[in-house]
Design a protein. Structure first.
Length: 386
C-alpha cells in the first residue's frame, strides 16, 4: 500500500478508532478521545500540522480578519479564532482547515446504508469522516464526532491516495463522504474524489446541503451522486432545531439537479415537529416542481437521541402516510426507511409497478434490473446502475 501502510496496519488502527453507524436512527457508542498518530499509534497532545492546509473559499478583511465563504454562515473570524464548525482557524490572516486527511471514522458500508437506492445497488462504499459540522441538529445520531473539535476525537492520518487505494483493495466502487458533515472537510473531500477518479472510483456526498453555491458547483465536478438530508420544510424548524437555514439547502439541491449529478433526499420524520400532512405535502410539491418526480425521497424513522430524547420513535403509520402523500403528489420513488423489511422500502417500476429492487435491511439486496431496464415492461429507471 502507498506511503508504507499495509492493509493490516490500517485495519488495526481503525479498529481502535470510533466507527459510527451510518444508518439514520442507529445509536453509536463512540466516545471523544485524543487523536493518535497514524504512523506510530501514539497519542497526540495537541493539533498536528500534518492535518493542516490552507483553506479554500475565504477572503481577507484587513487587520488579520477573514470571512469564510464556504457555507452560508460566512463566519467573520479574528486572528487565532475558529469558525462555527470548529475545524477552520484564522492564523495571522490566513485561513486553515485542520482536518485535511484527519479521519476519525472509516468503514466499508453497503451503499444502501447512506441511503442510496438508485446508485449501484448491492455494492459497498468506502465511507469516511472527520470531526465537525456547520450546523447542530438536536437529533444528530453521530453527535460524538459532529459536535466535537478535531483535537477531541481520536483520528488517523489518511491522505487521498491511501483512501483510493483502500477503496480499491476493499473492492468498493465508491468512496462516500458521510457520518459527520463533509462540507467542513471540503478540501480533503475534493482532493480525495479527484484522486478516486484517477483510479476509476466514484464518489458520493452525504450532506446537509448547507453550503454556498460556488464551492458546491466546483465540488460537483468530482461527485457522482449526492444525498441531502432535508431536515424539514420550514425555516422555523431549521432555525430552532438545527441552528441552520432551509433556503440554502433548497438551492443546493437545485444546483445538484441542474448539474446532472444523481440526487436522493432523506427526510427524518420527528413526531410533532415536522410530520404534519401540510408540511409533507408542500415538501413533495416542491420536489416535483424543482427537482423532478423521479427524485427518490426517503422518509426515515426517528429514534430518540442526543438532545431530543423526550419524543417517541416515529410511528410507522406516520411514515406510511408520508409515502402515500408523496405518491398522491406524483413522486415516483418515495420510500419508508429505518423499518427493515417494510413493503414501502422496495423499488418499483413507475410504469408497470413491478418490483425491481428487493431489500431486506442493508445487506440483502437483489436488483432485478437488466441494464437499468425493468425486466417486466423494458422501460428505463432513473439512476446509476453500472
Amino acid at each position: 500500500m502507498s506511503n508504507g501502510l499495509s492493509r493490516r496496519q490500517f485495519l488495526k488502527i481503525m479498529a481502535s478508532c470510533s466507527v459510527i453507524g451510518a444508518g439514520l436512527g442507529l445509536d453509536s457508542n463512540a466516545t471523544a478521545q485524543m487523536p493518535i498518530d497514524f504512523g506510530t499509534g501514539q497519542p497526540i497532545t495537541g493539533p498536528s500540522e500534518k492535518f493542516t492546509q490552507e483553506a479554500m473559499f475565504y477572503k481577507p478583511l484587513g487587520e488579520k480578519k477573514i470571512e469564510c465563504l464556504l457555507c452560508p454562515r460566512q463566519c467573520r473570524i479574528i486572528d487565532g479564532e475558529r469558525g462555527y464548525c470548529g475545524v477552520r482557524e484564522n492564523r495571522a490572516g490566513k485561513y486553515y482547515t485542520m482536518v485535511y486527511s484527519r479521519v476519525c471514522t472509516a468503514h466499508n458500508d453497503p451503499i444502501e446504508k447512506k441511503p442510496f437506492y438508485h446508485f449501484l445497488p448491492g455494492t459497498t462504499a468506502f465511507s469516511l469522516a472527520t470531526a465537525g459540522c456547520n450546523i447542530e441538529c438536536r437529533f444528530c445520531q453521530n453527535w460524538q464526532i459532529s459536535q466535537f473539535r478535531p483535537e477531541q476525537v481520536q483520528s488517523v492520518y489518511l491522505p487521498p491516495d491511501q483512501v483510493a487505494d483502500l477503496a480499491r483493495r476493499e473492492s468498493s466502487p465508491t468512496i462516500a463522504y458521510t457520518y459527520s458533515e463533509p462540507v467542513i472537510f471540503y478540501e480533503y473531500m475534493l482532493a480525495t474524489a479527484t484522486e478516486g477518479r484517477r483510479h476509476g472510483i466514484k464518489s458520493v456526498m452525504v450532506s446537509n446541503g448547507f453550503i454556498n453555491q460556488e464551492p458546491m458547483d466546483k465540488l460537483l465536478g468530482t461527485m457522482d451522486a449526492v444525498k441531502i438530508d432535508l431536515k424539514a420544510f420550514t425555516e422555523k424548524f431549521y432555525r430552532e432545531v438545527c441552528s441552520g437555514e432551509l433556503k440554502p439547502v433548497l438551492k443546493t439541491m437545485e444546483l445538484v439537479k441542474k448539474r446532472g449529478v444523481w440526487l436522493e433526499i432523506v427526510v427524518l420524520i420527528l413526531p410533532t415537529l415536522n410530520d404534519s400532512d401540510e408540511e409533507i405535502t408542500n415538501l413533495c410539491r416542491w420536489v416535483k416542481a424543482n427537482l423532478g418526480k423521479e427524485t427518490p425521497v426517503h422518509f426515515i424513522r426517528f429514534y430518540p437521541t442526543y438532545k431530543i430524547k423526550n419524543l417517541p420513535p416515529t410511528p410507522v403509520s406516520t411514515l406510511e402516510k408520508a409515502y402515500q402523500i408523496a405518491t398522491a403528489e406524483g413522486l415516483f420513488f418515495p420510500y419508508v426507511g429505518n423499518v427493515p423489511g417494510h413493503p414501502m422500502d422496495q423499488t418499483r417500476c413507475p410504469h408497470c409497478r413491478n418490483e425491481v429492487i428487493r431489500r431486506i435491511g442493508f445487506y440483502d439486496v437483489k436488483c432485478l434490473l437488466k441494464n437499468g431496464l425493468c425486466p417486466n415492461c423494458d422501460k428505463p429507471l432513473p439512476g446509476v446502475w453500472t
